[in-house]
Design a binder for this molecule. Structure first.
Ligand SMILES: Nc1ncnc2c1ncn2[C@@H]1O[C@H](COP(=O)(O)OP(=O)(O)OP(=O)(O)O)[C@@H](O)[C@H]1O
Ligand SMILES: [Mg+2]
Length: 242
């Protein structure tokens, strides 16, 4: 039975959307076409679950595709329900917050810096210079994008070394290895590291994973079909055996 009063906004939704908003129990996967109202449904579901007391605002993790979508959702919910959802963000912002608290557990300095694209490009060029590599023959951007893909697939430098075939991949393997060494030395992580480190944190520290599993009773992921390997692993780990 739907609680009425406060939840008048449900009338804005069609029947299928309402069902998705009020569904409880088993995990729910919403599949619908482009522009059909999936994100809206997810936002309303968050609002509904919080307003009806099914879940506390701080126990809900809502993963959005962009920072802009995150702030729009947060704003919408706080306007409609006067409640603040502290855990709405992208995979990266969520991972960054977790990593800030648990940096030491994965061998990072507590005040690690997050490198942007320019910083990482510069670092790759520095390494290529150090290794006497020709930036005309092997483009830094191409190397970086291969490193990024490897991290998204949760492939470590050692694993990459073992898998590398052909001249280009050998180059990437060497740069990747040095790149991680220098990031550590500089107390830095790149965007992909944020996710990779948290995935490793959860795998290597079951007690920390359990802490976050208990914290996030409800996990909603927008654009779930676009999750890559590390994002899928993080979602699966956090979700646990539910
Ligand atoms: N039941 C509804 N009645 C009226 N407007 C709606 C309804 N559901 C969604 N909309 C509107 O349709 C537009 C698209 O909605 P939304 O962004 O939630 O769709 P989406 O499925 O997430 O799209 P995308 O595939 O691009 O991510 C928005 O402007 C939203 O407000
Ligand atoms: Mg959407």
């Amino acid at each position: 039975m739907m609680k009425s009063m406060a939840c008048g906004y449900l009338n804005e939704l069609n029947e299928e959307q309402k069902n998705a908003v009020t569904h409880t129990g088993s995990p729910l996967l919403i599949l619908a076409g482009a522009g059909s109202g999936k994100t809206k449904t997810l936002t309303y579901r968050a609002m509904y679950m919080v307003e009806t007391g099914v879940v506390k605002p701080e126990s809900l993790l809502l993963v959005t595709f962009t920072n802009k979508a995150a702030s729009e959702m947060r704003e919408r919910v706080s306007k409609a329900s006067k409640m603040d959802l502290p855990n709405v963000g992208t995979f990266h912002s969520t991972a960054a917050r977790i990593l800030r608290k648990k940096a030491c557990e994965v061998g990072l300095v507590r005040d690690f810096v997050i490198y942007d694209t320019q910083d990482t490009q510069d670092l790759i060029k520095e390494i290529m210079g150090e290794l006497n590599m020709d930036v005309k023959r092997f483009r830094p951007g191409a190397i970086l994008s291969n490193i990024s893909s490897a991290k998204q697939e949760m492939i470590t430098p050692n694993e990459y070394q073992a898998l590398a075939r052909g001249v280009f991949q050998e180059v990437v393997a060497n740069v990747y290895t040095r790149y991680q060494q220098l990031l550590l030395k500089y107390g830095a992580v790149d965007f992909d590291d944020l996710l990779f480190y948290v995935a490793r944190l959860f795998r290597e520290h079951p007690e920390i994973l359990r802490q976050y599993q208990a914290m996030f009773e409800h996990i909603y992921v927008d654009e779930y079909q676009d999750t890559n390997t590390v994002q899928y692993q993080l979602t699966k780990l956090l979700n646990g055996e539910r």
